[in-house]
Ligand binder design. Structure first.
Ligand code: HAM
Length: 435
């Protein structure tokens, strides 16, 4: 037996859950504000769902095996193919645009390092069935608002935006053979990690001459205006630039201009993107990308579904969690209970159990001693559980139908009738949330 967890996998102790709960509830809240509804799919899928369209990088990181029924299967490394499959199966009956979100746990066999693990949770937000650029702007705004929800501002992070189609057209115009464009894009994607010399060598291997290599590398430094001046003559390029202009105008209308910049260096590793692509980065660039996404208008059809345009993003909990810890934006432990019932002698247990039940039905979180320990130890247990109140029932209280309620933070005590104590609490609402 090994006594430790596998490398890159986390044990989540209760204190770690404070952060996870905070992150998940922020994710759900922002998704709700934007009108997305939650779904989930299976964590294990057919291997070919990923080998078909995700691209070599993610396929090389799969946890895959042959199951007992001789099926080739894989733990999901990302959610997008599952979403495309699920939407594809029901697309006809769903009103468009389809706006769904999910919080899957994903598995990638990466080298564990800061910000990268072998499992992570990822908020996925996707829109299917909409070509209008307004959807692109809503999506990027939602990703930005997720980070703003947690208290991060324009000094902390930036959304870098580009357009896969625009870059593709420009690369073709420069002379990258069309069969090699994805390869050239994946070379450019490594700009952050590799020097220009390495990039130039890879690009020339793709059949580019010296001047072509220089022009491809120069694209990374260009503004939208530069690109328009240099490549705007071709109709596809000017259309793509107009679309990006419209996108930035919509971001401006949202009041989010300070959070979003054009960055032609950004191309994204995944193979299925066809249009706008974006990533959210911590400003100093010390951490990995917090979020990534874009348009994948061909994926549903490529997986055998209907020909529907789609776009979305994935935002992971690992880098976000590190950032929140670093900036002191993690809430204090909220795993506290409301009431702890203290029995003075074992004879009060039936009355105590009945009261515990009625309090819980009112939605209170209630603890009690399981063992008939001394009153002092029960108070200590109440304190350790972080109880807001200790409710003491002794022989007198039992006889009179009362309880003695101690406020654990001030030490103030009052005697009150049990019925009155319960009447002080408002009834839980229909969703089962307590007072
Ligand atoms: P991705 O860029 O591979 O995109 O991942 C999105 C985010 O998930 C990353 O920016 C990062 O925060 C987090 N992430 C990815 N891998 C790891 C890891 N090994 N450890 C910790 N965090 C990680 C996708 O997965 C696309 N399917 C997103 C998407 C949704 N595109 C359209 N819809």
């Amino acid at each position: 037996m090994t006594a430790s967890s596998l490398p890159g996998f986390r044990d989540s102790y209760p204190e770690d859950f404070v952060l996870r709960r905070h992150i998940f509830s922020g994710w759900r809240e922002v998704a709700r504000r934007y009108g997305f509804v939650e779904y989930d799919g299976p964590p294990l899928e057919a291997l070919e769902l990923y080998t078909a369209k995700s691209g070599a990088e993610i396929v090389g990181q799969l946890y895959s095996f042959v199951d007992r029924g001789d099926r080739e299967v894989a733990l999901r490394p990302e959610m997008t193919p599952t979403l495309a499959r699920m939407v594809g199966a029901r697309a006809q009956g769903l009103p468009k645009p389809i706006k769904w979100f999910s919080i899957p746990q994903l598995f990638r066999y990466e080298r564990p390092q800061r910000g990268r693990l072998r499992e992570h949770f990822q908020l996925n937000v996707d829109i299917v069935g909409e070509t209008d650029v307004m959807a692109d702007a809503e999506l990027v705004a939602a990703a930005v608002d997720v980070l703003r929800y947690f208290g991060l501002g324009a000094d902390d992070f930036v959304a870098r935006v580009s357009d896969r189609r625009l870059i593709t057209l420009i690369l073709e115009e420069i002379g990258v053979p069309s069969g090699q464009v994805l390869e050239a894009i994946s070379v450019l994607d490594r700009s952050e990690r590799q020097g220009d010399e390495w990039l130039a060598e890879r690009l020339s291997e793709l059949g580019l001459g010296e001047a072509g290599v220089r022009r491809v590398l120069a694209v990374r430094e260009h503004s939208l205006e530069d690109l328009s001046n240099e490549y705007g003559g071709s109709s596809g390029v000017s259309e793509a630039i107009q679309r990006l202009d419209a996108f930035f105008e919509l971001i401006d209308h949202q009041g989010l201009a300070e959070f979003v910049v054009f960055d032609p260096r950004l191309v994204r590793g995944l193979a299925y993107y066809t249009g706008l692509v974006f990533e959210l980065w911590e400003k100093s660039g010390r951490l990995r990308a917090i979020c990534g996404g874009g348009r994948y208008d061909d994926l549903l059809a490529a997986l055998g579904g209907p020909d529907l345009p789609a776009l979305g993003f994935g935002l992971g909990d690992v880098v976000l969690g590190e950032l929140l810890k670093e900036k002191g934006l993690v809430p204090r432990d909220s795993a506290r209970i409301d009431d702890f019932i203290v029995c003075v002698t074992p004879e009060q247990r039936p009355a105590a159990i009945a009261l515990v039940r009625r309090l819980r039905e009112k939605g209170r979180s209630v603890g009690l001693d399981y063992r008939g320990r001394s009153v002092g130890r029960q108070f200590r247990a109440a304190d350790q559980a972080g109880a807001a109140r200790a409710i003491v029932i002794g022989p007198d209280e039992q006889r009179d139908g009362t309880a003695s309620v101690r406020d654990m933070s001030t030490g103030d005590e009052r005697s009150i009738g049990v019925e009155e104590l319960l009447a002080e609490l408002t009834a839980p609402d229909s969703a089962g949330n307590g007072a």
